[in-house]
Write a protein that binds this ligand. Structure first.
Ligand SMILES: Cc1cc2nc3c(=O)[nH]c(=O)nc-3n(C[C@H](O)[C@H](O)[C@H](O)COP(=O)(O)OP(=O)(O)OC[C@H]3O[C@@H](n4cnc5c(N)ncnc54)[C@H](O)[C@@H]3O)c2cc1C
Length: 556
C-alpha cells in the first residue's frame, strides 16, 4: 500500500530490508518462502544484481560444515581461535548448523560447486583448524538477484537509506532517498533488517584512492550509525582489521592462495610465517598473520608476495580457474599485462587499509540467534552483524534466520506518522548540505579523517594517539552537517562520510577502552602490550547513552 503524507510518498510493508547484498537478498527470498503473502521490500543504494562485496564474484563459500568432513563443534572452535577467545558462540553455532543447507540451496539455483576426483565437494582448510572452505563457481550475485525477482520482492534500487524510524521503543521503518530525483520516500513496517555491509572506508589505502579498498567501498558503516542512533548495541570496534591485496590491483587473493597451499614469502625469498607460527604458517589467525606481515615490512624484508612454484599444475589451474571464472575475471588481464605466470612468478601483495567488518572480523551489531538487535523489530545480518568470520555463508544464514522471525510474528503495521516526522528532520539536514556552509569538498573531509585514522587509530595504538584522534575529529563532527552537496548523489556521499567518521571514532573509543593487546595486530597497544585474559576475555559493548556513547564489558 502506498499513500501520500504531506506530499511525501509513504510505502507500507511487512518487512523492509536495507541493502540487497548477499544477506539482504537471501533474507528477502526466505521471507517470501515463509510467508508468501508478506509485502517484502529491499532498499538498495546500488543495483542488486551487482551490488555488495559479492557483486564482483566469489570463488568459495569460506565456512561450510560439510557432513562427514567437519562438525559444528569443530567449526565453533576454529572461529573461537581466530577471535582470540572473545566471542559469543551463539551466532557461529547457527551458521555452522545451517551452512550446508545454504550450499545445497545455491546449488539447486545454479551455483556450481566443483567436485574432486573422488566425486565429492572440494573442501579446503583456511581457518587455523578444520576444513570448512568449499570451492564455488558461477555468477552468485546474478543468480540470487534473479531469485529475488522471481519471489515477488519489491526492490527499490538506487535508494540509499538515510535514517530509521521508530515508534515508541520499536523500529517502525526507514527513510530512503531516490537517487534520481532526490525525493525522500518513507517505508513503514514492523520489522527492518539492516544488511548494508561493514565499514570499508575507515583507514586510507597506501595508494590514497578513497574507494580503492579491500572491502566493498559502497558499504561504509551507515547501518551501524543508523542502528546505534536507534538504540542497537555495537561490539568489536577495537578489532580494526586489515587484509592483503594484490599490489596495484584492487582485488584479493589471500584466501584463494592460502587454501591451495601457496606460501607467503618476503623479499629475501623466506617463507616468513615459519618464524611467527611454525605450525599453522599462513593459516594462522588473521591478526597474527597481519602482525607478521607488518613486522616483515617494517624490518625492511619486504615486499611480500605469494609463491606458487612448489604447487603442482592441477592446483595452479584450480587457483586460476577460481579467480578468472568466479572471483575477479579482470585479474587474468592484469596478470597477462604484468607478465605474471603463477608457476614461475610470485604475486606481490600489500597490506590493506584498516576496515571494520562482522563477516571478516568481529565488528558489528550484537544480535541473538535470529539476528534481532536490542531494538525490538530491528534485525541485522551479514557484515554489519557481529558474526565472527561468518563470510558469505554467515551473511546468508543470518539473513534467512532474521527473515523467518520477522515475517512469522504477524506484527501489526505501524501508523507511519513517525516516519513523516523523520523525513521532515532529514529534509532539514539535506537542505543544510545543499547550502554547504563548510565549503570543503566531501572527499577532502573524508580524506582527512581517514589519514588521521592511519596516523592515530591504526595499530600500534596508544592512549595518547587514540585520544588525539578523538580530539582532532571533534570539530569535524560539529561541522559535518554543513558539508556541501550539490545533488542527490553528493547527499548520499555526505551521509557515507559522516557514517565513516562515526565508525572511526567508535573504533578509537573501543580501542582506548580495551586496555590490553589482543587479536594480533588488530588491537596492539604499545602502552598495554600484554594480553590480559583475567580482565579482558570479554567483548566491548557500545551503546548510545543520554550523554554520548556508553562503553562496557559484556560480562562486567
Ligand atoms: C574482497 C572480498 C572477497 C571475499 N571473498 C569471499 C569468499 O570467497 N568466500 C566467502 O565466503 N566470503 C568472501 N567474502 C566475504 C563476503 O563477501 C561477505 O561477508 C558478504 O558478501 C557480506 O554480505 P552482506 O550482505 O553483509 O554485505 P554486502 O554483500 O556487501 O551487501 C551490502 C549491500 O548494502 C548496500 N548498502 C550499503 N549502504 C546502504 C544504504 N545506506 N542504503 C541501502 N543500501 C546500502 C550495498 O550497496 C550492498 O549491496 C569476501 C569479501 C571481500 C570484501
Amino acid at each position: 500500500m502506498t499513500r501520500k503524507m504531506d506530499g511525501a510518498e509513504v510505502i507500507y510493508a511487512d518487512f523492509i530490508i536495507v541493502g540487497g547484498g548477499a544477506a539482504g537478498c537471501m533474507a528477502a527470498i526466505r521471507a517470501k518462502e515463509v510467508n508468501p503473502g508478506a509485502n517484502v521490500v529491499i532498499l538498495e543504494k546500488a543495483e542488486i544484481s551487482r551490488s555488495g562485496a559479492a557483486g564482483r564474484g566469489m570463488d568459495a563459500l569460506n565456512n561450510v560444515v560439510v557432513p562427514g568432513i567437519g562438525t559444528v563443534e569443530e567449526y565453533v572452535e576454529a572461529v573461537t581461535i581466530t577471535a582470540d577467545g572473545v566471542m559469543d558462540p551463539t551466532i557461529s553455532r547457527v551458521i555452522g548448523e545451517r551452512s550446508f543447507g545454504i550450499l545445497r540451496r545455491l546449488e539447486s539455483w545454479g551455483c556450481e560447486f566443483p567436485r574432486g576426483q573422488d566425486g565429492n565437494y572440494i573442501v579446503n582448510q583456511f581457518h587455523p583448524k578444520g576444513r570448512f572452505l568449499v570451492e564455488m563457481r558461477g555468477d552468485l550475485k546474478k543468480i540470487i538477484a534473479a531469485r529475488v525477482e522471481r519471489a515477488g520482492v519489491r526492490v527499490f534500487n538506487r535508494h540509499p537509506v538515510l535514517d530509521l524510524v521508530k515508534e515508541d521503543d520499536r523500529v517502525a521503518g526507514a527513510v530512503a532517498m531516490d537517487l534520481a530525483t532526490g525525493d525522500l520516500r518513507i517505508f513503514v513496517a514492523p520489522a527492518v533488517l539492516l544488511a548494508a555491509g561493514g565499514g570499508a572506508r575507515i583507514g586510507l589505502p597506501n595508494t590514497g584512492y578513497l574507494h580503492g579498498t579491500f572491502d566493498c567501498p559502497w558499504c561504509n558503516g551507515e547501518a551501524w550509525k543508523m542502528g546505534y542512533d536507534a538504540g542497537a548495541v555495537l561490539t568489536g570496534f577495537e578489532y580494526t582489521g586489515t587484509s592483503s591485496m594484490t599490489r596495484d590491483f584492487n582485488g584479493p587473493g589471500l584466501s584463494t592462495f592460502i587454501r591451495h597451499g601457496a606460501w607467503m614469502v618476503n623479499g629475501l625469498g623466506e617463507r616468513f610465517m615459519e618464524r611467527y607460527d611454525p605450525l599453522r604458517l599462513e593459516r594462522a589467525p588473521a591478526g597474527l598473520r597481519g602482525k607478521a606481515m607488518r613486522e616483515e615490512i617494517n624490518s625492511g624484508r619486504g615486499p611480500l608476495a605469494f609463491s606458487f612454484a612448489h604447487l603442482d599444475e592441477s592446483t595452479i589451474r584450480l587457483i586460476e580457474e577460481g579467480i578468472y571464472q568466479a572471483e575477479r575475471p579482470t585479474m587474468r588481464q592484469y596478470f597477462r599485462r604484468k607478465g605474471i605466470d603463477l608457476k614461475r612468478h610470485t604475486v606481490e601483495v600489500v597490506m590493506s587499509e584498516v576496515y571494520l567488518c562482522g563477516g571478516h572480523g568481529l565488528a558489528g551489531f550484537v544480535g541473538d540467534a535470529s539476528a534481532e538487535t536490542a531494538v525490538p523489530g530491528l534485525f541485522a545480518a551479514g557484515d554489519c552483524l557481529a558474526n565472527p568470520y561468518g563470510f558469505l555463508p554467515g551473511a546468508m544464514v543470518m539473513g534467512e534466520a532474521a527473515a523467518e522471525k520477522a515475517v512469522s510474528r504477524g506484527e501489526a503495521r505501524p501508523s507511519g506518522h513517525e516516519g513523516w516526522e523523520r523525513a521532515k528532520r532529514l529534509g532539514q539536514v539535506i537542505a543544510q548540505h545543499r547550502r554547504g556552509a563548510l565549503e570543503i569538498p566531501i572527499r577532502d573531509f573524508e580524506y582527512k579523517f581517514r589519514r588521521l585514522v592511519n596516523e592515530y587509530v591504526a595499530p600500534p595504538k596508544s592512549e595518547h594517539k587514540l585520544g588525539r584522534f578523538l580530539q582532532e575529529t571533534e570539530s569535524m563532527v560539529a561541522e559535518q552537517d554543513d558539508l556541501p552537496a550539490r545533488d542527490p548523489h553528493e547527499v548520499m556521499k555526505a551521509f557515507e562520510a559522516k557514517a565513516g567518521l562515526f565508525c572511526a571514532r567508535t573504533a578509537a573509543m573501543a580501542s582506548r577502552f580495551r586496555t590490553e593487546s589482543r587479536f594480533g595486530l588488530y588491537q596492539e597497544r604499545v602502552d598495554y602490550p600484554q594480553k590480559d585474559d583475567l580482565h579482558w576475555k570479554t567483548r566491548v559493548f557500545i551503546s548510545r547513552g543520554p550523554a554520548g556513547p556508553v562503553l562496557r564489558k559484556e560480562k562486567p
